[in-house]
Ligand binder design. Structure first.
Ligand code: GDD
Ligand code: MG
Length: 425
């Protein structure tokens, strides 16, 4: 991949928010070929990206999407990545989850790919969270709550057990397999550019195609993102005293993190999750509400925003869904101690103008979950050992893998468990 280096950088405490980077070549040849003579452009050979993909787990949250869309997403994910699908699809009257599982099983048969599919309401997974003391995520039936973020947390914990270093999320409702491939390559590029262990890569999609007056129109900004980005930039501007529009990916559903960062950030429920990741970066590493220690400041947290070349074409879910997302996103901004009062006032006025908040109505706080790092890992692992798909994680070797990482030795990958990857709860 040939990619421009960030032209803009906004520093906020220990956070480094890079401006959007453009891609000039999706494939720029192998690492051995000549390098770019242009100091503003970096060439990342496909072998470099391939090495990162070998350390990447792709998590696909899905709830009731068309099977063809899920299959398309799977076709697009590069082979070296491990894939974890967290499904919250209906089990009845039509058992959609079983249909998804069967499709995944077929796919594994054709591709020999290491992947698994779990249901969000899997009792053993819920037990593992309960035993590990992470009980906020459980509903009154003792199962994982419904919601995209809740599925992402399940995926994050399962990804953590693989011992890999990076994880990335890809929505299951993408119509274009090739754009999925591009997103994963962009994740790999971001990680290849990183200087810190605490790194996030967010996709700024190039455009979203819509039909307007019987013609295709490629709109630049998503309806939710336009609102969220505005307020996130406002917060940064008010602290620094310089207006900025550096944040372009406030709602990016397609984003990736180093495992270390994914474990350190708190999660907001449902569709507030992506916006809250930004807010949590400001809260934890911004030096405004929590003091920064020397170690954090030294390491820095890098946030890459990289623009895809393919358009983003996904299932349209209607205006009410957009309003719900705006409400959830602005809810986490409103209730954060880093948000200045002036921004809070503007935000309420904006919600009222859009008719999302009635006059005199309060904006309720969004449910929050603590960072996955707070989960008692040995207790979680001891429950997961009983799971039919424990083999996927090499649970037995997991503690050894962690030690190997600490001493810099690389754990050996084994493909011997391939056939047991698609397992029912
Ligand atoms: N496991 C699980 N559990 N998955 C879910 C759930 C759930 O309860 N709810 C939704 N999903 C899955 C969907 O099936 C889809 O694959 C993905 O999560 C995103 O949900 P969508 O409903 O398609 O969201 P969207 O397309 O409107 O919004 C996306 O983009 C936004 C930015 O433009 C999401 O990724 C948002 O989180 C993001 O902010
Ligand atoms: Mg979608």
């Amino acid at each position: 991949m040939r990619i421009e280096i960030p032209r803009e950088l906004e520093r906020f405490g220990a956070n480094l928010f890079y401006g959007v980077q453009k891609v000039f070549e999706l494939d720029s040849g192998s690492g051995e070929e000549e390098d770019s003579h242009n100091p503003l452009i970096r060439r990342l050979g496909y072998d470099v990206l391939h090495e990162v993909e070998k350390e990447l787990v792709v998590i696909v949250p899905i709830k009731g999407e068309q099977l063809k869309l899920l299959q398309g997403v799977l076709y697009g994910i590069p082979h070296p990545c491990r894939v974890i699908i967290v499904s919250n699809s209906d089990r009845g009257p039509v058992d959609r989850f079983s249909i998804e599982k069967e499709a995944v099983r077929n796919f594994v048969g054709y591709t020999n790919k290491r992947m698994m599919i779990v249901h969000q309401k899997d009792q053993i997974i819920a037990n593992a969270f309960a035993q590990a003391g992470y009980t906020d995520i459980l509903d009154q039936d003792g199962l994982i709550r419904t919601g995209k973020a809740e599925g992402m947390i399940v995926g994050t914990m399962l990804a953590r057990l693989t011992g890999r270093r990076f994880l990335g999320f890809i929505d299951a409702d993408n119509y274009l397999p090739a754009s999925v491939l591009e997103y994963v390559r962009i994740y790999a590029a971001g990680f290849a550019l990183r200087k810190s262990d605490m790194t996030m890569v967010r996709i700024a999609w190039h455009s979203k195609p819509k039909v307007i007056d019987s013609r295709l129109f490629f709109s630049k900004s998503g309806r939710t993102s336009a609102v969220t980005n505005g307020f996130l930039n406002d917060i940064i501007s008010r602290y620094t005293g310089f207006e900025t529009d550096v944040i372009r990916t406030g709602n990016a559903g397609e984003h990736a993190m180093s495992m270390e960062l994914a474990e350190s950030l708190a999660y907001a429920s449902g569709y507030a999750v992506e916006t809250f990741h930004f807010i949590d970066l400001l809260e934890k590493f911004g030096g405004v509400t929590q003091e920064l220690n020397h170690e954090t400041t030294r390491r820095a947290i890098e946030v890459f925003q990289i623009e895809s070349r393919s358009p983003h074409l996904h299932a349209e879910k209607g205006d009410d869904h957009i309003d719900d997302m705006i409400r959830a996103s602005l809810g986490v901004i409103y209730h954060s101690p880093v948000t200045p009062e002036g921004v809070k006032g503007d935000l309420l006025a904006d919600l009222r103008e859009r008719g999302i908040l009635a006059d005199g109505e309060e904006l309720p706080p969004v449910r929050m979950y603590p960072p996955p790092r707070t989960i008692d890992l040995p207790a979680f692992v001891s429950q997961m050992r009983h799971h039919p798909y424990a083999a996927f994680f090499d649970c037995e070797t997991f503690p050894k893998r962690s030690r190997a990482r600490a001493t810099g030795r690389r754990p050996v990958e084994t493909r011997s468990t391939l056939k047991s990857e698609t397992i029912s709860p």
